[in-house]
Ligand binder design. Structure first.
Ligand SMILES: Cc1ncc(COP(=O)(O)O)c(C=O)c1O
Length: 459
């Protein structure tokens, strides 16, 4: 029997739950008024917290209070309408609620029988999403925590299937490819890109020793799209595995006008799309499909005696297709997103991001003293102030420090470039205009300082 006094002191799900939901709703109402980038120094949050856990339990209201008073100042707000860094993401309301429900059920899908609903719903939502993105019928899909894990798993399956130890990817591929290769003790071959940051498939060369080629649809810096069909041709000639990393841009395939970017993806052996990037689903939820599930199972299935179940359940456990044994009920939040937003809601979200990025791109193009640095296939604009890397670096620090907007950077052709990524569901035209105003204001401050310096020299 549980200790009664302890049980009585436990948070009451109804009353504390209402307070927590009230806090969550209030936070989303006011997030646009908070500084986007956390205005704290390293170590400051830690110093504000007790060095040890309490001896006796405290009421849940204390947790909420300290979240507000102590932690919130140390939060960089990814839900902020003027969050434009890296890839801007959104946790939409249906998925936030589904996360609460998933934690309530606490399903641990180590085997089909420990979580039949979680397992089968995962298969269903992966099928639904495959249809929405125009993928071939019949691919096997499951959810991993991150694209880094999905790509690692795909490379492991490729190595198992081919017995080879080289992985090829473009110079613009995400660092998760190099990290996977390093962790696996394999060798990486970097393929140069063309002037628009796409893999030069004609330079893939002899792939006889290549286990996998990773092609990117929506690269991290510029969102460039590798020529997947040509890469698939090269892979087919030598039996190399084709893994497509569409972690960011894959979500855009819900819109027919973006499907050109998926040409050839139907010939991939595996594909990753992050629902937690541009699909209104909170981190983490990385969707991994393969048309070679038997190769994944050969690489990952290891069922010890204590987990053996009758033959009818054989192969149904999704833990046999990836690294983790315990798997949480991530499908519930994606299910909530697909049902509550529908195809049209997802399309509207993508189209809004692309339209706002296009608008911003037009402003930069029309403004003397600024330059665009890469084509813009989706919702990310790469641009810079005409001038030195140092100036642009300083500009980024200045605009971010004020907390009005948050943007990030990339190195392209050895030049420091600013990136504005639209993807937050709360972002409006006024927010993008705000970002442009802040950038021009801070850049103008440089010009004023330069003029003062020149005047100082002259007098
Ligand atoms: C193209 C691409 N692939 C993979 C990743 C890694 O994603 P995750 O954080 O889910 O591991 C990123 C991250 O932004 C990315 O841009």
């Amino acid at each position: 029997m549980p200790d009664k006094s302890t049980a009585q002191d436990m948070p009451d799900l109804r009353t504390d739950g209402i307070a927590a939901l009230e806090w969550a709703a209030g936070y989303l109402d006011r997030v646009g008024d908070l500084p986007v980038l956390a205005q704290v120094n390293p170590g400051e949050i830690r110093a504000a917290l007790p060095v040890a856990a309490p001896e006796e339990g405290e009421p849940f209201s204390s947790v909420l209070r300290d979240l507000e008073d102590l932690l919130l100042p140390g939060v960089t707000h990814w839900q902020h309408p003027r969050y434009f860094g890296y890839f801007a993401t959104s946790a939409s309301e249906p998925a936030i609620l589904a996360e609460l429900l998933a934690a309530t059920l606490n399903s641990v899908a180590i085997l089909w029988r420990t979580a039949p609903a979680a397992t089968e719903l995962e298969e269903v939502v992966l099928d639904w999403t495959a249809q929405l993105l125009g993928l071939p019928a019949g691919w096997h899909g499951h959810i991993e925590d991150s694209a880094s894990t999905s790509t690692l798993a795909a490379i492991i399956a490729a190595r198992e299937a081919t017995g080879r130890d080289v992985v090829a990817c473009s110079e613009q591929a995400h660092s998760s490819v190099e990290k996977a290769v390093r962790m696996l003790g394999m060798r990486l071959r970097r393929i140069p890109c063309d002037g628009e940051f796409r893999m030069r498939a004609d330079l893939l060369g002899d792939l006889d020793d290549v286990a996998a080629v990773v092609a990117t649809v929506g690269s991290t810096a510029t969102t460039s799209v590798d020529p997947v069909s040509a890469v698939a041709d090269a892979c087919a000639r030598t039996g190399s595995w084709l893994h497509v990393d569409a972690a960011y841009a894959g979500a855009a395939m819900v819109c027919p006008e973006h499907r050109w970017a998926f040409a050839g993806v139907d010939r991939a052996d595996s594909l990753v799309v992050n629902a937690h990037k541009w699909m209104l689903t909170p981190f983490d939820c990385s969707l991994l499909w393969t048309n070679r599930p038997a190769d994944f199972r050969a690489a990952f299935s290891l069922v010890p005696e204590y987990l053996r179940t009758p033959d009818a359940e054989d192969g149904l456990s999704l833990s046999e297709y990836g690294p983790a044994l315990g798997r949480r009920f991530r499908a519930l939040k994606l299910w909530a997103v697909l049902r509550c937003h529908g195809r049209s809601g997802l399309q509207a979200h993508i189209r809004s991001g692309v339209r706002l990025a296009e608008l911003f791109e037009g402003w930069v193009a029309a403004e003397p003293g600024w330059e665009l640095c890469a084509p813009r296939p989706f919702s990310v604009v790469c641009f810079r102030l005409v001038g030195s890397d140092e100036r642009n670096r300083e500009l980024l620090e200045r605009v971010n420090a004020g907390g009005e907007i948050f943007i990030s950077h990339a190195m392209l052709n050895e030049r420091y470039v600013l990136r504005l990524a639209v993807g937050q569901m709360r972002t409006t035209k006024a927010d993008v205009q705000w970002a442009w105003d802040v950038l021009r204001r801070e850049a103008g401050a440089f010009a004023d300082a330069d003029a003062d310096a020149d005047a100082g020299v002259a007098t």
